[in-house]
Write a protein that binds this ligand. Structure first.
Ligand code: PBG
Ligand code: ZN
Length: 330
């Protein structure tokens, strides 16, 4: 059958009919707000490359948690900026590390707000890499040591769970990280703490503003020996498969906007919840254009989020979460 019997415009004729046939929706329960905590007092300082996103010292975190809670957002992704860096990233797994302190505090402020702890070492190592460095025995080339880093990542995850983190989100891209962290959590009695695996994480220029924000730019080289090559799609299946086999509870794709094909691929091939991380430069690009008056911020944000849902995302980590909650309340 075809025109004039078929007229696709019939289902677009007015707002009510469009509402009736809409396939995808964004709700406040789909979005997670990342937050950055830091040492010091009375700090609420805007991140230069991420307008509208702030560092908070622990004594100022309450206002942010209250706002997030009032908006109906159920989950935050917690990042810490430490005051001490060393080769092993020791302050990532100290009992009184910035993330552990913030977790305990936020749990007191609102026990129902889900805290997702980013589990990595790059903010905490003096090299800015996501693990410890070893040198190739023959060439002398420096690289991140996989298995030696796992041990430190496990300690980090367990200390986060102990502080009260509800979900552990390892973003380090070491091989075997889900297995190692799952075993570590189970041994410590946290067998019910889910792992949100950054399964498919690309070596991306879209992390630029984030690295400014947490001062985690690698001091030498890049992250290409552990993060994925943006040219590769099928490799995402291998990364996700190994994480599923190792006990992951969520599968994440990061970045999101340029990787919608990968989001769809994971959705079609696995039955775990799919998470899209709408990363820092995806945020900053929209913000910058909106600040110039070149795009309609609300419209472009909601179109982008709806498209993540359409691509197959069940959950969206986004610096726009508070804005989205406000738009949805209107
Ligand atoms: C740490 C980590 C990064 C991001 C989240 N966790 C940066 C990186 O791998 O360099 C990026 C988040 C963003 O850009 O918003 N491994
Ligand atoms: Zn890292």
């Amino acid at each position: 059958m075809s025109f004039p019997i078929v007229r696709n415009r019939r289902l677009r004729g007015n707002a009510a009919i469009r509402n009736l046939v809409r396939e995808n929706h964004v709700t406040v329960h789909d979005v997670v707000q990342p937050i950055f905590v830091t040492h010091g007092t009375n700090i609420k300082s805007e991140i230069a490359s991420m307008p509208g996103v702030y560092h908070f010292s622990l004594d100022r975190v309450q206002e942010e948690i209250e706002e997030i809670t009032k908006l109906g957002i159920q989950a935050i992704l917690l990042f810490g900026v430490p005051d001490h860096k060393d080769a092993k990233g020791t302050s990532a797994f100290m009992n009184d590390g910035i993330v552990q302190q913030a977790t305990r505090l936020i749990k007191e402020l609102n026990p129902n707000l889900l805290i997702i702890a980013d589990t990595c070492l790059c903010q905490f190592t003096d090299t800015g890499h996501c693990g410890v460095i070893h040198h190739h025995p023959v060439t002398g080339q420096a690289d991140v040591a996989n298995d030696a880093s796992l041990e430190l990542l496990v300690r980090t995850a367990v200390s986060q769970a102990k502080a009260g983190a509800d979900i552990i989100a390892p973003s380090n891209m070491m091989d075997g990280y889900v297995h190692a962290i799952r075993s570590g959590l189970d041994e410590a009695g946290y067998e019910n703490t889910p792992i949100m695996a950054y399964s498919v994480k690309y070596a991306s220029a879209y992390y630029g503003p984030f690295r400014d924000a947490v001062d985690s730019t690698p001091q030498f080289g890049d992250r290409k020996t552990y993060q994925m090559d943006p040219a590769n799609g099928r490799e995402a299946l291998r990364e996700a498969e190994s994480d599923v086999a190792e006990g992951a509870d969520f599968l994440m794709v990061k970045p999101a906007l340029a990787y919608m094909d990968i989001i769809r691929m994971l959705k079609d091939n696995f039955d775990l919840p799919v998470v899209a991380y709408n990363v820092s430069a995806e945020y900053s690009m929209i913000k910058a254009a909106a600040m110039q008056g070149w795009v309609n911020e609300e419209a472009i944000v909601m179109e982008t989020m709806t498209s993540f849902k359409r691509a197959g995302a069940d959950i969206i980590l986004t610096y726009f979460a508070k804005d989205i909650a406000r738009y949805l309340k209107k």
